[in-house]
Ligand binder design. Structure first.
Ligand SMILES: *Cc1c(COP(=O)(O)O)cnc(C)c1O
Length: 395
């Protein structure tokens, strides 16, 4: 059996990083060296300086390339370092079409930084293919997707956007943080650059900041590697090791968290104190069909809407299990408040217009027993007053 034939679950363990060729160690050695001795004056070895290449980082880079079905993986100091470096593929005068509910850090790099270098952008509702088509200009070089999106879990039709991009000769980038290659492999759908905050599900334990980029096209991979080495925002070796360790349990973690998320979404959608639930695993979700067609599951993040900020405060103050924090994709459940956390910088009307109301909470489901999570949320929700006016907030 060749490595290609193993299931994704097996490949998480049976890969180049399984056994160290030199010693048989069943854990990737953490190679701290920043520089490498050259044994031969005329023929230099594979490694020379750790920014350009380091065996520990390389083990992670090869693992993610294989898992995403790419030819080249690159590890960065954070998700934002990976995303920012990928944008350096662009030049002055280029234009990017970006999903309007893009991650806040990506929003900042596009609006505050790229603009200084003469790179233009247009925000679109990426679920509306006609709107995306209308935004493409002769100088559009990249269409940037994030699906499911944050925090409303809107689903982009990846093949439709890829086909549009190919017609117009532009590249596609996709932030695959929410689903990971376990559930969605964008390169197989024709996407050019897959980006990750490995801080989230890939590493999975709220203990490391890391970013990854993966390409399939060899020449594009060479270009991005050149930028990784030039810009230098590479991942440190301890952190690379932590991500590698996290990867080994990705399948079991995500499987369990997703199963619990599905149950929680069903529980919340029947709860009388909850106005609306956003989860692509619910048949009522607008992106349900597309999600089923292009991914192997809806993931483990959901959002739900309560009446207002007071209701959110009551629930947050009364739950005992989830931590109340930014971030997602960890072994512990994480409850976040987009209006005050990820989208705090957005003016209130702009937020409301996008459906990110003061009553919206996002839940990244961890590995606690799901009945305990349901009980915990139920107790907190039942502290809320009866809300007949819920009808008015478009249930
Ligand atoms: C967290 C996150 C990022 C940024 O990653 P960092 O590792 O925090 O730099 C990018 N995209 C998404 C979808 C994220 O959730």
């Amino acid at each position: 059996m060749s490595n290609q034939d193993w299931s994704f679950q097996t490949k998480l363990l049976h890969n180049g990083a399984k056994v160290d060729k030199a010693t048989g160690a069943v854990s990737v050695p953490i190679q701290h060296a920043s520089t490498f001795h050259q044994f031969d004056f005329d023929e230099y070895g594979k490694y020379d300086y750790a920014r350009s290449g380091n065996p520990t980082r390389e083990a992670l880079e090869e693992a993610i390339a294989e898992l995403e079905g790419g030819t080249r993986g690159m590890a960065f100091a954070s998700g934002m370092a990976a995303i920012s470096t990928a944008f350096m593929l662009l030049s002055q005068g280029d234009h990017v079409v970006v999903t309007e509910d893009v991650y806040g850090g990506t929003f900042r790099i596009i609006t505050d930084v790229l603009t200084k270098f003469g790179i233009e952008h247009t925000f679109v509702d990426m679920t509306n293919v006609a709107e995306v088509a209308a935004a493409i200009r002769p100088n559009t070089k990249v269409i940037y997707m994030e699906t499911p999106s944050n925090p409303l879990l809107k689903v982009t039709d990846i093949p439709a956007i890829v086909s549009l991009a190919k017609q117009h000769g532009c590249l596609t980038f996709l932030d695959n943080t929410f689903l990971t290659p376990e559930l969605q492999r964008p390169l197989e759908l024709g996407v050019d650059v897959v980006l990750h905050s490995a801080t989230k599900f890939l590493a999975g334990h709220s203990d490391v900041l890391a970013g990854l980029a993966v390409t399939k096209d060899v020449e594009l991979g060479n270009q991005l590697y050149k930028l990784q080495n030039a810009f230098g925002a590479v991942l440190g070796v301890q952190d690379a090791w932590l991500v590698l360790r996290g990867l080994k349990t990705l399948h079991v973690r995500l499987k369990q968290s997703q199963e619990s998320a599905q149950k929680l979404a069903q529980f919340l959608s029947k709860h009388e104190k909850v106005a609306e639930v956003y989860y692509p695993g619910l048949p009522s979700h607008a992106g349900y069909e597309i999600q089923n067609n292009q991914a192997d599951g809806p993931g483990a993040v959901l959002s739900f809407k309560l009446a207002d900020a007071d209701a959110v405060r009551t629930v947050v103050n009364n739950v005992k299990l989830p931590v109340f924090a930014v971030s997602l994709g960890a072994v512990e459940s994480i409850l976040s408040y987009p209006a005050k956390m990820s989208h705090a910088a957005m003016p209130a009307e702009e937020r409301e217009k996008r459906g990110i109301s003061d009553g919206l909470l996002r839940l990244s489901v961890g590995l606690e027993n799901v009945d305990d999570l349901i009980k915990d949320l139920d107790v907190a929700l039942n502290k809320l007053p009866e809300l007949k006016s819920l009808q008015n907030i478009n249930k």
